[in-house]
Write a protein that binds this ligand. Sequence first.
Ligand code: AAO
Length: 512
Amino acid sequence: MKLLVVAALFGLCFAQHDPNTKHGRTSIVHLFEWRWADIAAECERYLAPNGYAAVQISPPSESIVVTNPWHPWWQRYQPISYNLCSRSGTEGELRDMIIRCNNVGVNIYVDAVINHMCGAAGGEGNHSSCGTYFNTKNKDFPSVPYSSWDFNDYKCKTGNGEVESYNDIFQVRDCRLVSLLDLALEKDYVREKVAKYLNKLIDMGVAGFRVDACKHMWPGDLSNVFGRLKSLNTTWFLPDTKPFIYQEVIDLGGEAIKASEYFELGRVTEFKYSAKLGKVIREWDGEKLSYLKSWGEGWGFMPSDKAVVFLDNHDNQRGHGAGGASVLTFWDSRLYKIGTGFMLAHPYGVTRVMSSFRWDRHFVNAKDENDWMGPPSNADGSTKPIPINPDTTCGDNWVCEHRWRQIRNMVIFRNVVSDQPLANWWDNGNSQISFSRGSKGFIVINNNNWELNETLNTGLPGGTYCDVISGDKIDNSCTGKKISVDSDGRATFHISHTEEDPFIAIHAESKL
Ligand code: AAO
């Protein structure tokens, strides 16, 4: 009872954990570096018809333009102002995308870079995505405007002004992350400018924010900024709906700053999920899929209702950020599909699917020298559109993991089973597992290097089901394996370890 009263009093803050998704949809897709025009089209032609709930877009704010190296993807994490022209398109195109995605029930979450401006060595001039002047020597960003008064340097106690140790909370929050000019979010003026930026996007119709580098901001400052945010645009959302907030805090354990410090402000990215699931699927350190029985809080993760989870993100898929070599990416497509299948079947957290571009990897001493490479681009550095092949995959080095049949169909699976608890767990004590989501969905995975031959309790009503991993249910027939479930809910499964996708998933809507 007491809890309820507290929850009601602080309803405003609790609401920011809700992704505000529509039509029972559950998963986010990060369309990393996509152009706004392509995202608008993708919402209409693919995401809405296939049950995607939301898109995380790349930072829309004006950023520095870097030419050495040549237009790296990371230039967009160096804001110059809150003008809305970026490598993804103009403000008009951004607005059009938000409207068109909302109109088909797909939410837009903005990657908000509010901890800092560009790097201290950014120089002077107008090499910025809207052509706005700036001068990093004087810390002058006239089109916000910010001046040297608006930065944290006076608080930072390290010799070079940089974050040197992640064991010192003051350094992490008051000094510069990789030389990025650190905004003084304790100042009312800075808070107001940041909130104005976010509120403009809210008015345009966005449903929430992925907030970059939250570890480097004081929770109290963030609380103040989030407290200034408006309710969502009532053209698409109920009155008094607060924006969804998910904060990027990398907490793999062992550092001074804990993800839990941010729980009351919104959800938090659970990086342990990404690092650990990679280890389990790769079977490193003696890990086995059977250990996933206690996956989630049982593995020391944050509470499920605070977590946003993913196999990989735009940083750790190329060795930035944290997580290490275990992280699964599209480069290991077979394991990646198994991992994504498990993630989307398992009830823990709000799930985010990565959608990447391919780049020329070049490893020197286990470090990718080309980890900076930007999206497929024209000679002048402008991002190329996404061509769609006749077989529905993407061309031109856009990977479009979210269009892979196995991943797309598991996104639909998650929507179908979202109200159902995990049940009917089975494992072989090794890396063959299966479980149901109540009576609506069932998955069985063989990650051992021998066959799986088992009769298992699916929890589903009797009938014939279409396996959505090996094929699709089209009209009333199945292009993949058919699974016949007895009236007692049992079914027999054969999965060879040599199959391209050694797992099977069936659900209420794949029943024939
Ligand atoms: C670029 C250049 C820099 C240059 C700078 C300014 O690369 O050389 O100085 O411009 O000119 C992205 C890129 C950066 C890029 C930046 C700006 O990744 O390379 O810098 O844009 O263009 C930390 C932060 C985390 C951050 C992550 C990359 O805490 O917030 O670094 N992620 C976000 C974005 C990211 C973006 C930024 C922030 C900046 O997603 O794309 O950067 O806007 C530890 C800490 C982590 C820390 C990592 C990396 O991790 O815990 O908090 O992440 O170190 O430094 C074990 C530990 C693990 C540890 C890890 C690595 O695994 O368990 O905790 O080792 O030591």
